[in-house]
Design a protein around this ligand. Structure first.
Ligand code: AQP
Length: 326
């Protein structure tokens, strides 16, 4: 088997350009490179850390599959499946939880931020990084493409590998983090915070209409400096917009600043909106076509789960023997 790449996305709302530029686009590039076995999942157990009516949760799972396919994840090239269809994820998570320290979990910033934002601090939210470690280790992943917010969770997965290997003998390898240049796209209305599905007011969603995109970009928070600039520390708002422009055009942020040296924020935003609209148009077109193929997509997800489970079962057999489960 080629080196394994693993990643997942929560079906916790519509995908935004942060998810796309920070992770999904990279996942597609890795898949298309042909160098890896790519295993991508819709991590529905992770999304359960937030309460949602059953119908809505089911709809979000299928909707995310459609978005992933529309963005270029190809079930013929990658293993695409729904996390809860492969019970080995939670089986391994339990075992890994028994060697994870409370202190390590208490240090996780994503958990602290979610609680500070008002999310209920349930046990699932607290132990989320352990399940994420299981998602990765079950497939003995070499690397994990993620946004910057997940970097600490991968570090924890590496720590869990060290603990497991030292307690039970070499079993897992430490996964690497692969981050994109756009590892942290900030919220449009609060550029001090990352763009997050759970705070929709600052999100530019992949399937916003052209008019919605124009409206959101035009009202994005900038600053009172004059001229386009790129300095994420001092000027987070405009720098975020420059980064988004750069990511969708292939120019460097410095080239973007140079190109727009003589124009005001409003004109720059107008051009940025058109760049985003044009860049996402093929994805939106593909999404419309996929919406008519829901049963085909469900079948592809089931086939993906079978392939994933084949690998997962082997790992679990090895783990059970190592830890002494009969
Ligand atoms: N703003 C972002 N910039 C760059 N990358 C991002 N990612 C998320 N937000 C940004 C990356 O997208 C992948 C999928 O994310 P996820 O849905 O599994 O969970 P998340 O990181 O918690 O994403 P959200 O949008 O903030 O969702 P909610 O609000 O539901 O928690 C991950 O690789 C992530 O790093």
């Amino acid at each position: 088997m080629k080196p394994v790449i693993v990643s997942g996305i929560q079906p916790s709302g519509e995908l935004h350009i942060g998810n796309y530029l920070g992770m999904l686009r990279q996942a597609v590039e890795l898949q298309n490179s042909g160098h890896y076995t790519c295993i991508y999942s819709i991590v529905d157990y992770h999304a359960m850390t937030g309460l949602l009516p059953a119908k809505e949760r089911a709809a979000q799972t299928l909707d995310l599959a459609i978005d992933m396919l529309a963005a270029g994840i190809d079930p013929k090239k990658s293993i695409l499946f729904v996390q809860s269809h492969v019970p080995e994820h939670t089986n391994l998570a339990w075992i890994l939880g028994t060697i994870t320290s409370m202190g390590d979990l208490q240090r996780m910033t994503a958990y602290k931020e979610k609680v500070a934002e008002g999310k209920t601090p349930n046990v699932g939210l607290f132990t989320y990084p352990v399940l994420m470690a299981a998602d990765i280790l079950l497939y003995k992943a070499e690397a994990v493409p993620v946004g910057d917010d997940q970097r600490q969770h991968i570090e924890l997965a590496r720590e869990i590998v060290r603990k497991f290997n030292s307690a039970f003998g070499k079993t897992f390898k430490e996964p690497r983090t692969i981050t994109a240049k756009a590892e942290r796209i900030m919220s449009l209305d609060n550029p001090e915070k990352k763009m997050s599905k759970s705070i929709p007011s600052g999100c530019l969603f992949l399937h916003d209409s052209a008019d919605e995109m124009r409206k959101k970009v035009m009202s994005a928070t900038t600053d009172s400096f004059s001229g386009i600039g790129y300095d994420p520390e001092k000027r987070p708002g405009i720098s975020n917009l420059v980064l988004i422009y750069s990511e969708f055009t292939g120019l460097t942020p410095q080239e973007v600043v140079k190109k727009y040296a003589d124009i005001g924020y409003a004109d720059f935003k107008r051009e940025l909106a058109e760049v985003i609209i044009n860049a996402l148009a093929p994805l939106q077109k593909e999404r419309r076509a996929l919406l008519k193929k829901k049963s085909e997509i469900l079948r592809a997800l089931q086939a993906g789960a079978k392939k994933a489970q084949k690998i997962a079962t082997q790992t679990m057999e090895e783990v059970r023997a190592k830890v002494g489960l009969v």
